[in-house]
Ligand binder design. Structure first.
Ligand code: HEM
Length: 156
């Protein structure tokens, strides 16, 4: 179960990144070219939201019941959470950075429901999605990160 959830979590990252980058490029271009907000735009933002929220649930599962879960294993004897780079990353920095990113994605999607003109819709969504992307890039355990780094794709 844990192996499956971890692989799913790792793979969903790529889905989120692709959808988010497309949402950013399309919102920027639609904002600049004063395009009309379409059903296709709403669908794209909705899929980005669904992928992000699914990974939030999988992430919460891993944080509580995973290999180094708060409930499943707890902190090893003698480890101080904020002094240990590994646990501080996986229990604090990674969840906080990514929950903030998911809140921003939710706010971006929320623009599709706002009764404002389409230019403002695209502009605000563009900024929400862009900041979300920065948070994701900064807090994912990329393979080149020391101590916390993980593979580009799941290893089964
Ligand atoms: C957009 C959202 C997220 C992305 C893109 C993301 C990405 C990742 C990646 C790539 C890994 C490494 C997977 C591997 O070892 O192959 C990981 C691990 C982990 N993530 Fe996330 N994450 C997200 C959200 C969250 C959230 C919201 C939480 C907690 C509330 C969370 C908790 C964890 C935990 C605990 C691990 C380590 C699990 C283990 O090694 O057993 N993640 N995440």
């Amino acid at each position: 179960m844990n192996t499956f959830m971890l692989a799913l979590h790792s793979l969903l990252r790529w889905g989120i990144l692709i959808l988010l980058v497309v949402s950013i490029i399309k919102s920027f271009s639609a904002w600049q070219n004063k395009k009309v907000f379409t059903k296709g735009d709403r669908k794209l933002w909705l899929f980005t939201l669904i992928f992000a929220h699914t990974n939030l649930l999988v992430g919460l599962y891993l944080l509580l019941f995973g290999r180094f879960g708060i409930i499943s294993t707890g902190l090893p004897e003698g480890v101080k959470l904020m002094k240990d780079r590994f646990f501080r990353f996986y229990w604090v920095e990674h969840p906080t950075g990514l929950i903030l990113a998911i809140i921003l994605i939710t706010l971006g999607y929320g623009m599709s429901k706002k009764t404002v003109n389409d230019e403002i819709k695209f502009k605000k969504a563009f900024y929400f999605f862009l900041i979300a992307l920065i948070f994701i890039l900064a807090t994912v355990p990329w393979p080149f990160r020391e101590i916390v780094g993980r593979p580009w794709v799941p290893t089964m």
